[in-house]
Structure formats: C-alpha cells, structure tokens
Design a protein around this ligand. Sequence first.
Ligand code: GDP
Ligand code: ZN
Length: 463
Amino acid sequence: MANSEFDTIAAISTPVGEGGISIIRISGEEAVAVAKKLYHGSKDLAKVATNTINYGHIVDPDNGAEVDEVMVSIMRAPHTYTREDVVEINCHGGLLATNRILQLTLSHGARLAEPGEFTKRAFLNGRLDLSQSEAVMDLIRAKTDKSMKVALNQLDGDLSRLIKALRKDILDVLAQVEVNIDYPEYDAVEEMTTKMLKEKAQEVQQRIQALLKTAKQGKVLRDGLATAIIGRPNVGKSSLLNTLLHEDKAIVTNVAGTTRDVIEEYVNVEGVPLKLIDTAGIRHTEDTVDKIGVERSRQAIDTADLVLLLIDSSNALTNEDRELIKLTAGKPRIVILNKTDLPNRIDLNELRQLTAGDRVIKTSIVEHEGMEELGRTISHMFFDEGIESSQNTVMVTNARHIGLLHQANDALNDVLSGIAAGMPVDLVQIDMTRCWELLGEITGDSYQDELLDQLFSQFCLGK
Ligand code: GDP
Ligand code: ZN
C-alpha cells in the first residue's frame, strides 16, 4: 500500500508491556477490511453496526494459527477520534500476542502509524484544532492532576475559544478599517479609524499579556518546577527526598535521547510537580556523603527554579551553611529549619538576618512535622493564591503558543508605535493583520481565505 497521508494506519495504543489488556488501533478506509481478514468469530465485521464490540479470535490467515482471544471494536466514520473508520483490537496484552497482531495488520493492508499520527489525522480531518492536538500530547505526559486539568481544558477548547474571540475582534476592526479606507477624502474618517485601531490594539494587548502571565505557571505545570535540595551533610536532605518520594507517588522518567541515562524524579506537592535535581547526589551511600559539598550544590543551584535550603536547628550555623545561604541568595528559596524535635542550638537571629525576606519553615522530617506547610508555601510561591484558585483560568502551557503570543504582542507594539508616529492607516493595518495571523497559528486556522471570506461576507463593499 502506498504511503500517503490518508492510508490505513495501525499501532499499539496501550503502553507496551505486561498490562492486563492491550489495544491495537487501526484507522483509515481499510481499517475494517484489515481487521476482517484476521478475525474469526460469529460476526461479519464488515456488516456489524458502528460502535459495537465483537468477541472472537485473531487467526493468522496464512497458516490458520490462532494468535489470541480478542474483543474487536468497530467505530465507523465520522464519529471517531480520527473521523475515519477506526477498529480497536483488545487482546490479552502479552507482549508477544500484541506484537504478533500488530504485525498481522501490517502484512494485511495497514501501515505502521507514525508517533502522533492518529491525533494528526484528527487535526487534518478537522476534529481537533492545533492547540487541542497539542493538548493531547500534554495530557499523555501530564504529571499531576492540576496539569491534567489544564491539558483537559485546552483539549476542551478553552484556549482556542479565547484566541478565536480575540481574532474575531481584530478581524472586525480590520474590516471596519477596510471600509473606511475607501473614503480617504474624509479626514474625519481617517481620524476615527486610527482611534479605533488604537483602542482595539490596546485592548487585545491587555488580554494577550494576561495570557502570557499564566505562561510561567503553565510551564511549571507542564515541565515541573526544577527543584534543588541543598544543605551541608547530615542536615536531612536524603530524609526530605525520601519523604517527598514516598508520600507523593514519585514518577520516575528516563529521559530519552541523552547519552547518559539521566533519571528525573517528579513529586507532586500540592498539585505542583517538582522535578528534583541531582537526586543521584542526594541518594547517598556512606562513602559519598562527604562529596556532596559546595561544588556539587553549585551546579544544582544553577539549574534550579526553586531551592529548598536545609539548615540543622540542632547545631550552630557552620561556615558551610553560611556559604550555601550566600550561594542560593539569588534564587527563589525556601529555608527549611530541620530537626526541630531536637533541642535548638541555632542562633535564629543570625539565620533571619542572613536569609532576610525568605520564608523559613520549621520541620522535623523524621516526625513528619511541617511538611504540609512546606507544600502550601511552594504552591503559594508559584501560584499567587495557591494552586486551586487558578483552576478555572485558561493557562498557556505550550512553548509554541507562548512564542506566538509574544510575537503577537510585538506586532501590537508596532501598531501602537506606528499610530503614535502618525503612520498612514493602511501601514498600521499591516501590523494588526500580522497579529491576527500569529494568533491564528496557535489554533492552526488558515487565514488568508478566512480573512477575505469574512471581509466580504460582513461588508458588502458594493464596488
Ligand atoms: P543528608 O546528609 O543531608 O542527606 O542528611 P540525612 O537525610 O542523611 O540525615 C542525616 C541524619 O539526620 C539521619 O540520621 C536522619 O535520620 C537524621 N534526621 C533527618 N531529619 C531529622 C529530623 O527532623 N530530626 C532528627 N532528630 N533527625 C533527623
Ligand atoms: Zn543524605
């Protein structure tokens, strides 16, 4: 079969491994025909109604060998994920059977799907817009409930709706400008047009900037907050790490594509995903304890968005403490005064002076004291009112969207400076149109045709 944009594709759509059930998904015009060649059961898959699940077996047509007992879902276009015919073969999930079935679909009319190709088809076939397709990918990698919610909202089209509303506003004003330009003989019209453009540019810019403000939070939710646990030996770094890891269902991911196998550990603290930096350095064995000194900390501090600086309250401050306080001074930092279950031997006044302005949280990690306050503090530091209040806002989490919003903002700056410099309206209009196009790239809307269509449908120019 030719490798074209809309041939029939197949892939395993559940995580590969020893799961309970695996699903092989097929999409395209030939999806049902491919499944039919491999399926033995009481039904004729070509004739069953849409959205039915059919019990049977997968049999290798070439030798009659039974591969697995299966349930086959038939979903007919257009009400499917890709808007094409989709077949899902649910099998028992052993690696061998799953692969064998996939291979059979490939040797009987399907082609192996590229990564994300089902979603790409959903976009190309108009089911999802671009930002929604991207949300699907975010959803797959979402690390906390909160990031899941943001991705779900985006999938639901919140961001798209907002962007589309902005674009419509711009388009209305552009259409108005277009009409007014046809009457250049009236100075009053030119003046009015300029005023209108300026007001609209300012209004749209405000809304874009509000969106950009959420980007920082969005980035944290999407990528995790790079967090360094810092402190001299024996203050409780490993204990804190272990407490975080055990309490909060750590997600350990292997970052592919790096030459070294970098292990990233994520923990969910009050809905904020923390990406813990250099945990290898903290997971010590006795003989490495001494090496986790200032040098190693320096690197971790450099890459951190947040520093958790541990101080031992049961001992007087040491010079190493003082040095680490200095080293981390420029970073968003929470000072954790640990071992408060032991008698206090630290000069709190000196500590307050050295860490002026920073939050100091008292903990006894071994007795699980202060951990909740730590979580709340982190959440408030990165989400003004804590994480819950940002529940209903649209957040921008995607780097491509953020880049486009910045460019759209720049275009509006050009509009405003053009107006201030007394540039002719038809030149200012060009920057406004650019802003509109850039926003359109977020949702993947095609623009040229749309602009013309809307211009002509809204205004009968009568020429
Ligand atoms: P690290 O060298 O900074 O990683 O410190 P560890 O986490 O290995 O802790 C050093 C020692 O301090 C261990 O024996 C811990 O059990 C102990 N420790 C950690 N936190 C506390 C605490 O809050 N109270 C008390 N009493 N001991 C603690
Ligand atoms: Zn340790």
